[in-house]
Design a protein around this ligand. Structure first.
Ligand SMILES: Nc1nc2c(c(=O)[nH]1)N[C@H]1C(S)=C(S)[C@@H](COP(=O)(O)OP(=O)(O)OC[C@H]3O[C@@H](n4cnc5c(=O)[nH]c(N)nc54)[C@H](O)[C@@H]3O)O[C@H]1N2
Ligand SMILES: Nc1nc2c(c(=O)[nH]1)N[C@H]1C(S)=C(S)[C@@H](COP(=O)(O)OP(=O)(O)OC[C@H]3O[C@@H](n4cnc5c(=O)[nH]c(N)nc54)[C@H](O)[C@@H]3O)O[C@H]1N2
Ligand SMILES: [Mo]
Length: 748
C-alpha cells in the first residue's frame, strides 16, 4: 500500500481542512456560485433545510451556519451537472451496471422521466402522463394491493410523505418500508415501550444546562458536524463528555470551530470527550448493564446520587425485577464481553452518580444490532434510574439520520401504523384504510423473493444498495414486475430490474418549487421534534423535473380513478396538504401559522413532561437480557460497517476518510494492531472477509485505534456479509454493526 493512502490525521475536526474540503466539493460540482449562495441559505430561517442531517438549528442562526458535510450534501444536489438527453442513448443499462456507485451518481441531476426499453436495453424518454398511466395500470392489475410496496427515504418532506402514505392506504396496503427500518427503528420500537414516546426527549436548550453527556455509537464529526458546535459549548462549560465507541473518532476528541475566527487564526481547538471508552463492537448492552450494576452496588455502599428512589417510586414500574437480574449478572461476563475494566466501570458510575442531569446521545452503534431495541431500552433504563427523563438538562437523544426521517414517520410512513392514525384517516377521508401490518425493508425483500411483492415504488433512497445481503437483494430487484424510482440522481437501484422500470426526476430540497398557486414551501421535522418550513431557491435542473408531492398526486390520480381525494388540487397548493395534516396528525393545530415563525414550532412530547403513554401509565424498566458475544472460535471478530467522511449513505462523494487517515480508497478493514499481529498481518496486507453466510475479497487491513476483537469496514462495500435473516426481531433493523467474521490473508 502506498504511504499516501494511509496517513494518520493529527489535526482537530473542523478547522481549515474542513473549509478547504468544502471549497473543493463546490468546485467539483461546478457550483461555486450557486453552491456558495445555497450554503448561505441552508438552515437559515427563510432558507431551505439542509439535506445533510437532522441535527436542529440553533434559534439564532449565525449568518453562516457552516458545516463541511452539510456543504457537501448541498453541493452534490445543487450541482450544475445534469444528465443530458443523449446520456441514456449512449449507455445501455448493462453498461451502466458495470460502473461504480460513485460514477453513477456523479453524472449529475436526473432531468427527464424515463422508461426502460427491454428490446434495446436502454432507458428512453417517456411523457409524465404516460408514466403515471403505466404505474396505474400495473397497480390496478395486481391481484392484491399487498403485492405493491412503497419505499421512502428520509429526505421526503412532510407534505410529500403525508400524500404518499394516504395514497398507499387508499390503494389498500400498509406496505411502507422506509429507511428508518434500517436506521433508528430500534428507537421507534424500544422507546415507546420504555417511556411511551418513540422520539428523543431533549431540546437544544437542554445542552446548555446538562451536567454530563454520555455519547454512544455515533460519529458526529462526520455525520452530524453541527452537533460539534453544541458539544464544544458543553465542553467549554467544563461538563464531562463520556464517549463509548469501539473506534477513536477525531470528531469526538477535538474540534476547531470554523464559526469562531479566533480558533481558526490561533489554531486552538476544544477538547470534547473527557473520557473515551472503547468497548467491543456489539457489547453496549453489557456496558449499560455493567454501569447499572455498579450503581446498585454504590447505592448499597451508601454513595449519594447513585439511584433516584423517589423518581423510581413515583414514575416507574419494573425496577425490582431489573435490579434482581443485574445482581445475578456476572461481572466477569461483563468484562469479557466489553473489554472494559472494573476501574472503567467505577469511573463511569461515579461520573453518572455525580451528575444531576445527564443526556445520553446515540446513533447507529446502538441500533444496528440483533439486539438494537434492547440496547435502546437499556439506555432508557440507565436514564430512568436517576430520573433523567423529563427534567431540564437531561434526556434521551437519538441522533437521527436523514434530515426528515423523523417527520416522515410522524406523517404516517409506517408499516405498522397505530390504530388511531388509521381511525383518523377513515374519519377525515371516508375510506377504510388497511389494518394489517405491512412489510419493513427486510420483509419486503423476502416478499419480493417469494413473489408476493411485485411492484416497488421508491420515493428517494437507494433501496438495493442500502439493504443488507447484496446477492439476495439484487436478485429480488430482478424479480419485480415494475420498479419505479422517484429520484434526484441515478443509482444502482435503477439498474437491477428485469421487468418494467421507470425513473422519475424529482426536485431536491434546494430547488425552487413552483406550482399552479405559486412558489411553494415544504416542512420538515428535525431530531428534536422542531417542525419548520423549507423553501428552495435554485432553478430546477430542467423544466421536466417535478416535485415529490406533484409526482405522488400524479401517480395517485392515475391509479385510483374513483378516489374522492382531489389529488391534483392538493399538489397545486401545499397549504391544502397542510390543512389535511392538521386534521389527521396530532400536534399540528394551526399548522400554517405556526410554521411561518422563524425556527418553526416544537411538537409536544409527553415523556418530556413526564406523562407516560405506556399501558401501565408509568415509565417501564425493561428486563436485562444478556446477549452474550456472538463471536465463536470460527468467527472470532465482530465487524461493524460504518460511513466514511466523504460519503452520504450510498452516495460516495470521494474516496477519502480524512479523520481516519484514509485517502483515495474504500477497500480498508480497520483492525487493532494486536489482533493483526496475532494473525501475522501488517497494514496494507490483502485480506478476505469470511462471514457466516458469505465471503468477500478485495480488502486490505489497516491498523487502527479500535477495540480488540473488533473491526470495521465501509458501508455499502461490506453489505454482502450481512444475511437478510440477521436482524433485530423487534425492530427488523439489520445487524449492520455486529457481523461475526474471520479474516483470511489473501494470496497475492
Ligand atoms: N456526512 C454524512 N452525514 C450523515 C450520513 C452520511 O452518510 N454522511 N448519514 C445520515 C444517516 S441516514 C444516519 S443514520 C446518520 C448516521 O450517523 P452515525 O450513527 O454516526 O453512523 P455510522 O457512521 O454508521 O456509525 C457511527 C459510529 O458507531 C460506532 N460503532 C460501531 N459499532 C458500534 C458498537 O457496537 N457500539 C458502539 N457504541 N459504537 C459502535 C462506529 O465506530 C462509528 O463511530 O448520519 C446521517 N448523516
Ligand atoms: N451496511 C450498512 N448498511 C446501511 C447502513 C449502515 O450503517 N451499514 N445504514 C443504513 C441507514 S442508517 C440508512 S438511513 C440507509 C439509507 O438508505 P437510503 O435512504 O435508501 O439511501 P441514500 O443513500 O440516502 O439514497 C440516495 C439516493 O437518494 C436520492 N435522493 C437524494 N435526495 C433526494 C431528494 O431530495 N428527493 C428524492 N426523491 N430523491 C433523493 C438520490 O437519487 C440518491 O441516489 O442505509 C442503511 N444501510
Ligand atoms: Mo439512517
Amino acid at each position: 500500500m502506498s504511504d499516501e493512502s494511509m496517513r494518520p490525521y493529527h489535526g482537530a475536526a473542523g478547522g481549515w481542512d474542513a473549509l478547504v474540503s468544502t471549497r473543493r466539493a463546490l468546485k467539483e460540482q461546478g457550483a461555486p456560485a450557486t453552491g456558495a449562495r445555497a450554503l448561505l441559505k441552508a438552515n437559515q430561517p427563510d432558507g431551505f433545510d439542509c439535506p445533510g442531517c437532522a441535527w436542529p438549528d440553533p434559534k439564532h442562526t449565525s449568518s453562516f451556519e457552516f458545516c463541511e458535510n452539510g456543504a457537501k450534501a448541498v453541493a452534490w444536489e445543487t450541482t450544475s451537472r445534469t444528465i443530458a438527453q443523449d446520456f441514456f442513448a449512449a449507455h445501455s443499462v448493462s453498461q451502466l451496471r458495470a460502473q461504480s456507485d460513485h460514477w453513477l451518481e456523479s453524472q449529475g441531476r436526473l432531468g427527464i422521466p424515463l422508461r426502460y426499453d427491454s428490446r434495446t436495453d436502454h432507458y428512453v424518454p417517456i411523457e409524465w402522463a404516460d408514466a403515471y398511466a403505466l404505474i396505474g395500470e400495473h397497480l390496478r392489475s395486481l391481484t392484491t394491493p399487498h403485492a405493491a410496496a412503497f419505499y421512502t427515504s428520509g429526505r421526503t418532506s412532510n407534505e410529500a410523505a403525508f400524500l404518499y402514505q394516504l395514497f398507499a392506504r387508499e390503494y389498500g396496503t400498509n406496505n411502507m418500508p422506509d429507511c428508518s427500518n434500517l436506521c433508528h427503528e430500534a428507537t421507534s420500537v424500544g422507546l415507546p415501550k420504555s417511556i411511551g414516546v418513540g422520539k428523543g426527549t431533549v431540546q437544544l436548550s437542554d445542552f446548555d444546562q446538562t451536567q454530563l453527556i454520555l455519547s454512544f455509537g455515533h460519529n458526529p464529526g462526520t455525520n452530524h458536524p453541527r452537533m460539534l458546535a453544541t458539544l464544544r459549548d458543553v465542553a467549554r462549560r467544563g461538563v464531562p463528555i463520556v464517549v463509548f465507541n469501539p473506534m477513536r473518532e477525531r470528531g469526538l476528541e477535538r474540534f476547531r470551530s470554523p464559526q469562531h475566527p479566533a480558533e481558526m487564526l490561533t489554531g486552538t481547538a476544544t477538547n470534547l470527550a473527557t473520557h473515551y471508552f472503547q468497548p467491543r463492537v456489539g457489547s453496549d448492552s453489557s456496558v449499560l448493564q455493567g454501569i447499572m450494576k455498579r450503581l446498585l452496588e454504590m447505592e448499597r455502599e451508601g454513595v449519594a446520587g447513585s439511584v433516584d428512589r423517589a423518581f423510581i417510586g413515583e414514575h416507574t414500574v419494573g425496577f425490582e425485577a431489573l435490579s434482581e437480574q443485574l445482581r445475578t449478572v456476572d461481572w466477569q461476563q461483563i468484562l469479557n464481553d466489553t473489554g472494559l475494566s472494573r476501574e472503567d466501570f467505577d469511573t463511569i458510575a461515579q461520573l453518572y452518580a455525580g451528575s444531576n442531569c445527564t443526556i445520553a446521545a446515540y446513533g447507529m452503534g446502538i441500533t444496528q444490532h440483533r439486539h438494537g431495541t434492547q440496547n435502546v431500552q437499556q439506555l432508557a433504563n440507565l436514564l430512568l434510574m436517576k430520573g433523567n427523563i423529563g427534567t431540564a438538562g437531561a434526556g434521551i437523544c437519538p441522533v437521527r439520520g436523514h434530515s426528515n426521517v423523523q417527520g416522515d414517520r410522524t406523517m404516517g410512513i409506517d408499516e405498522r401504523p397505530a390504530p388511531r392514525l388509521l381511525d383518523r384517516i377513515k374519519e377525515v377521508f371516508g375510506f377504510e384504510p388497511p389494518r394489517a401490518d405491512g412489510c419493513s425493508v427486510v420483509e419486503c425483500i423476502e416478499q419480493i423473493l417469494r413473489g408476493d411483492v411485485q411492484v416497488l415504488i421508491s420515493m428517494g433512497g437507494n433501496f438495493a444498495v442500502a439493504a443488507p445481503d447484496t446477492v439476495r437483494t439484487y436478485d429480488a430487484m430482478s424479480r419485480l414486475r415494475l420498479t419505479v424510482g422517484v429520484h434526484t440522481k441515478l443509482n444502482r437501484s435503477h439498474l437491477l430490474h428485469r421487468g418494467e422500470a421507470l425513473i422519475l426526476p424529482a426536485l431536491a430540497r434546494a430547488d425552487l418549487d413552483v406550482q399552479r398557486s405559486g412558489i411553494q414551501c415544504v416542512t420538515v421535522e428535525d431530531s428534536m421534534s422542531m417542525v419548520h418550513a423549507s423553501r428552495g431557491f435554485k432553478a430546477p435542473p430542467t423544466q421536466q423535473t417535478r416535485s415529490e408531492p406533484a409526482i405522488v398526486a400524479g401517480i395517485a390520480a392515475a391509479s385510483l380513478p374513483h378516489s374522492r381525494i382531489r389529488w391534483r388540487d392538493l399538489a397545486d397548493d401545499y397549504r391544502a396538504i397542510r390543512r389535511l395534516i392538521e386534521q389527521v396528525i396530532p400536534g399540528f393545530e394551526d399548522f400554517e401559522e405556526r410554521v411561518k415563525k422563524p425556527g418553526g414550532f416544537h411538537l409536544p412530547n409527553a415523556a418530556a413532561q413526564r406523562r407516560w403513554l405506556t399501558p401501565s401509565g408509568k415509565a417501564q424498566f425493561s428486563p436485562a437480557s444478556v446477549d452474550s458475544s456472538r463471536v465463536s472460535a470460527e468467527f472470532p471478530l465482530m465487524l461493524a460497517t460504518i460511513r466514511s467522511h466523504d460519503q452520504y449513505n450510498t452516495t460516495v462523494y470521494a474516496m477519502n476518510d480524512r479523520y481516519r487517515g484514509v485517502h483515495g480508497r474504500r477497500d480498508v478493514v480497520f483492525m487493532h494492531e494486536d489482533d493483526m499481529r496475532a494473525r501475522g498481518l501488517t497494514t496494507g496486507d490483502a485480506i478476505r472477509l469470511r462471514g457466516v453466510h458469505a465471503e468477500l475479497s478485495g480488502f486490505v487491513v489497516v491498523a487502527y485505534a479500535i477495540s480488540r476483537g473488533s473491526c470495521a469496514a465501509y458501508f455499502p462495500e461490506a453489505n454482502g456479509l450481512i444475511s437478510l435473516d440477521d436482524f433485530d426481531e423487534q425492530s427488523h433493523t439489520p445487524a449492520y454493526k455486529s457481523i461475526p467474521i474471520q479474516i483470511i490473508r489473501a494470496r497475492s
